[in-house]
Design a protein around this ligand. Structure first.
Ligand code: NAD
Length: 481
């Protein structure tokens, strides 16, 4: 039996799981609070072992029929799924702004259109995957991309709707059936996704949502031998646990993890442009995996850069993410606020200097001032560890070799930014060991391009054909000539 929907910012949203095409309530629930003002948003279903079992069984039952469809036959279902997301656009925006603290303006102009595109684009792209031929003198090869089976999708709280659809789009388009385990600190847009899938007429069991904690519900899902793939975005410690559990069954995992990306400013950079982009790193209160959080600035332009960025940062509007003028919103959870402030305090106690910020922001309990620290050693924890808050570091360098050494001097390797004369910046960027890097820009993404990190930032690539290589069993059917 389904529970009464929660009412969040005037939007009705189910607190239940969605299994086999139906809402399933749970006797155990967990409380959900808004990061904006700590108000109770409601209680959400906690996954019990029987719910995980039911979701896996439903996804297994639905698999043969969904997998038997051609990509062209699946496309109308997925197009309708995207349409149904669009019909609920305002509700998605309000829910994620209230439960994750994401800027409402960002939801409206960035996240919801991208969520629709994630579903629609991969459904269209899957059409090109059918039966790729390779002809040799000896034989005719037909390379098939067969769906792998039941896929588990696990996403973090900083971008639940965007990241869930980014994985579900290709997984479903390839013919897999899916179980989504939403982040327990921001589960509401994932629940609404189930309404959109239901309204789109996705057959029961093709898409399931099991709410709950990572350590219990998530852990049970990824350890199940019936699972064909685990697609995970989140932190390094969780990824290690997931890789171990899935590895016990030799189940392939795609792991998109944290970052400590360099933001390099060369001597020949446009300093004002670099500073303006630099201030964007405080977006989503710094809770963005791909943000350039370590500023590496040529020593001859260090003072000019700091002055230009300070002027931009002073104008940043910190506040309620639902207000159109707000540029920096809250931090997701009191535990995360404590963690972020702890990093700042330990850095300052260790001799770092604050260029700006460094304190809780007076706007509210879960707000921290945009902060910049300098006077650091490469081995300092704040240079090495992902803070995941509005906290940046600044180091200077004397030449390209030193910039590259500092850029590569952490265990992470997700992304990067490099400002400078284009040929020069490109030459430096080529030497930086990350999964992607932006020259004189930030955040340009295309669904066809690969996305992912190296070193501790992850295993595998998502995007375009890379998503399908992961979600499919590639099979070569060989007929001799
Ligand atoms: P997290 O690792 O704590 O949790 C992520 C998800 O994993 C949640 O849904 C959680 O419930 C689940 N989980 C936790 N333990 C589990 C277990 N044992 N088994 C299965 N599932 C489990 O991460 P978070 O704090 O929610 O998110 C922040 C992290 O995500 C940061 O490190 C950030 O850099 C990273 N991130 C990476 C990308 C990327 O694309 N590379 C994008 C966004 C966020």
């Amino acid at each position: 039996m389904a529970s009464q929907p929660l009412q969040v910012a005037g939007v009705a949203v189910s607190p239940d799981h969605y299994i086999d095409g139906q809402r399933v309530a749970s006797a155990s629930r967990f409380a959900l609070h808004s990061p904006i003002d700590q108000r109770l948003l409601g209680e959400v279903a906690e996954g019990e072992p029987a719910h995980v079992e039911a979701a896996i069984a439903a996804a297994e039952r639905a698999f043969p029929a969904w997998a038997a469809l051609t990509a062209a036959e699946r496309q109308p279902y997925l197009d309708r799924f995207a349409d149904e997301i669009g019909r609920r656009a305002e509700a998605f925006c309000l829910l994620e702004s209230n439960d994750a603290g994401v800027l409402l303006s960002r939801m409206q102009h960035g996240v919801v259109p991208r969520a629709m595109q994630n579903i629609r684009w991969f459904a269209a792209h899957a059409l090109g995957l059918q039966d790729r031929p390779i002809d040799t003198e000896q034989a005719h090869h037909r390379v098939r991309h067969d769906p792998a089976g039941v896929v588990v999708v696990i996403t973090p709280w900083n971008a639940p709707l965007m990241l869930s659809t980014w994985k579900l789009g290709p997984a479903l388009a390839a013919g897999n059936t899916c179980i989504l385990k939403p982040p327990e600190w921001a589960p509401l847009t994932c629940s609404l996704l189930a309404d959109a899938a239901h309204a789109a007429g996705l057959p029961p069991g093709v898409f399931n949502v099991v709410q709950g904690a990572g350590a219990t519900t998530g852990a049970q899902l990824v350890a199940d031998p019936r699972i064909a793939r685990v697609s995970f975005t989140g932190s390094v410690p969780t990824a290690k646990r997931i890789a171990q559990a899935a590895g016990a069954n030799l189940v392939p995992c795609s792991l998109e993890l944290g970052g400590k990306s360099p933001f390099i400013v060369l001597e020949d950079a446009d300093i004002d442009a670099a500073a303006a982009t630099g201030a964007l790193m405080y977006r989503n209160a710094g809770q963005v995996c791909l943000a350039g959080t370590r500023f590496l600035v040529h020593q001859r332009v260090g003072d000019r850069f700091v002055a230009a960025m300070r002027a931009t940062v002073e104008r940043l509007q910190v506040g309620d993410p639902r207000e159109p003028s707000t540029e920096v919103g809250p931090i997701i959870h009191p535990r995360q606020v404590e963690r972020v402030l702890g990093y700042i305090d330990r850095a300052v106690a260790g001799g770092a200097q604050l260029l700006w910020g460094g304190k809780p922001h007076p706007f509210g309990a879960q707000y921290v001032q945009p902060t910049m620290l300098t006077g650091l050693q490469q081995s300092d924890e704040i240079v090495q560890n992902e803070v995941f808050g509005p906290v940046l570091t600044l180091q200077t360098f004397a030449g390209d070799d030193e910039a590259v050494a500092l850029a590569n001097g952490t265990d992470y390797g997700l992304g990067g930014v490099c400002y400078g004369e284009t040929t020069h910046a490109t030459a430096v960027a080529d030497r930086v060991r990350t999964g992607f890097i932006w020259i004189n820009s930030f955040g340009i993404r295309d669904l066809a391009a690969p996305f992912g990190g190296i070193k501790r930032s992850g295993i595998g690539r998502e995007g375009g054909d890379w998503s399908f290589e992961f979600f499919c069993d590639v099979k070569d059917v060989v007929v001799p000539k």
